[in-house]
Ligand binder design. Structure first.
Ligand SMILES: Cc1cc2nc3c(=O)[nH]c(=O)nc-3n(C[C@H](O)[C@H](O)[C@H](O)COP(=O)(O)OP(=O)(O)OC[C@H]3O[C@@H](n4cnc5c(N)ncnc54)[C@H](O)[C@@H]3O)c2cc1C
Length: 431
């Protein structure tokens, strides 16, 4: 990193707790801003298989800004959203995304979580690229945080001191607990299983080829025949360059015997998915599910927004700050936006590196309202599919209708300019 033109700029030592998508994105953003970042992860990275992760224009924008090698993430660029009948698979509605890039300046990428993770890790630690390479320390479980003095203690006895601590330790965050936040959590009425089908299997068995075309297909999600609950829903999309077809299979919570919140690494038999009204599901979809691998439960809980996101020198980011239902496909994008905010606020454009606490207060101003809006809209979309961005607001006409009704719109997600927002808020501080 070349010397900063801002004489007040101070290079910070940052401890990032958690090396998921959010922690790695924050590390890249802070590295690009010229800071020395150490990432502490509780385990090795090769433990789970994962599934697709949506990265809409608002996330892709930052990947480009940070000079990430997006082709290395093996993206599938989405061109269509297709709604299908639960029982027959007949197309009920189709939304084209042909103009998406032209309209929003960036494409809608679908990644496999592992590809995205591997590329962010490579970018964070590579000797090439702007800013000092980050260091990754695995097998370090955060045990406690002294946010006043910037100290993190790990279960293995290691103690580190930093100018800033980023708690990116996911849905069951220890850093959050250390900041004194007690989550208000309720079990979601809907639960999920993730699974994958290999494209080669689709071809070998002559299964439906539309499964690996660049589109998201949905089944269910609304009340159906025979009193079928709206909680029965399937989201299918290709990822990993189209080599893997990823499924999210939702159902009413009472249908599952998996109860632990978040991502569980215990493989489930296909019979755990094909329960209840799955016996009426489109036979093409059932065939795909019967040939799936890597079937893992993802138990969903609803977290009320937290009262604050930082204390002293420590802040929360990603799922640790705003765990959300998956129905706006914004979990990763919102973590990326958090990372973007830290990178901008602690860049040499501003003077926050001399007052980390003031910088984290600004981070909360920039991020909390927007992320909370997405978080609450994700919970609403559990109950009403029309609350989902993309189904209601793809045209300017629909966007203004949606905005008038208070719905989250694609426009507010993709037209948002964080650099301008930070500049405006900093100006207010000076006035
Ligand atoms: C294993 C896994 C699989 C996922 N699969 C999907 C998926 O298929 N589809 C999807 O949409 N989203 C998935 N997600 C969630 C998605 O990645 C996140 O919602 C989003 O990217 C925000 O990420 P995050 O970094 O805030 O949290 P996470 O991705 O949850 O990352 C948190 C990281 O912190 C680490 N950690 C936790 N506690 C500690 C501790 N005490 N000390 C040190 N490290 C700690 C965890 O091991 C993890 O690496 C998955 C997350 C995980 C962890």
């Amino acid at each position: 990193m070349s010397a900063s033109s801002n004489p007040n700029f101070k290079q910070l030592r940052v401890a990032v707790v958690g090396g998921g998508i959010g922690g790695l994105a924050a590390s890249v953003a802070l590295r690009r801003a010229g800071h020395v970042v150490n990432i502490y992860e509780r385990r090795d990275f090769n433990v789970e298989v994962g599934a697709s992760i949506s990265c809409a224009a608002n996330g892709t924008q930052f990947l480009r800004e940070w000079d990430i090698d997006i082709p290395h993430m093996k993206p599938v660029i989405l061109m269509k959203l297709v709604m299908r009948d639960w029982e027959t698979g007949k197309i009920l509605n189709q939304y084209n995304l042909d103009n998406y890039e032209k309209e929003w300046g960036n494409v809608y990428n679908m990644f496999h979580r592992q590809d995205m993770h591997a590329t962010l890790l490579k970018t964070a630690t590579s000797p090439e690229g702007a800013g000092p390479p980050c260091t990754v320390v695995i097998d370090h479980i955060c045990d406690s945080v002294d946010y006043e003095n910037g100290i993190v203690t790990f279960k293995n006895g290691v103690i580190v001191k930093a100018d800033m601590i980023v708690g990116a330790d996911g849905i069951r965050s220890v850093v959050r607990q250390e900041l004194g936040i007690v989550p208000q959590v309720t079990s979601a009425p809907q639960t999920c299983y993730r699974c994958n089908v290999e494209r080669s299997v689709v071809d070998d068995l002559g299964l439906v080829k539309y499964s690996y075309e660049p589109a998201i297909h949905y089944w269910g999600g609304m009340m159906g025949r025979n009193g079928r609950s709206k909680y029965y829903k399937i989201v299918m999309s290709p990822c990993s360059g189209g080599d893997i077809i990823s499924f999210y299979c939702f159902m009413p919570t009472e249908m599952t015997h998996h109860h632990e919140e978040g991502f569980v690494f215990e493989q489930a038999p296909v019979k755990d998915i094909l329960v209840g009204n799955y016996d009426e599901l489109d036979p093409n979809c059932v065939n795909l599910l019967k040939n799936s691998i890597e079937r893992l439960p993802w138990r969903l809980y609803v977290h009320q927004p937290y009262p604050y996101w930082f204390k002293g020198k420590a802040c929360l980011l990603g799922d640790a700050a705003h765990p959300m239902m998956p129905h706006q496909s914004q979990g990763a994008c919102q973590a990326i936006e958090d990372a973007g905010a830290l990178g901008i606020i602690f860049s040499d454009k501003y003077n926050f590196t001399t007052d980390v606490q003031a910088g984290l207060a600004m981070y909360q101003v920039i991020r909390k309202d927007r992320a909370t809006r997405v978080q609450t809209a994700s919970a609403r979309a559990t109950e009403n599919l029309n609350e989902r961005i993309g189904f209601t607001s793809l045209t300017p006409h629909d966007a203004s209708l949606a905005a008038a009704s208070g719905k989250l719109t694609i426009n507010e997600m993709n037209s948002y300019r964080m650099h301008d927002h930070v500049a405006a808020e900093v100006l207010k501080l000076g006035s």
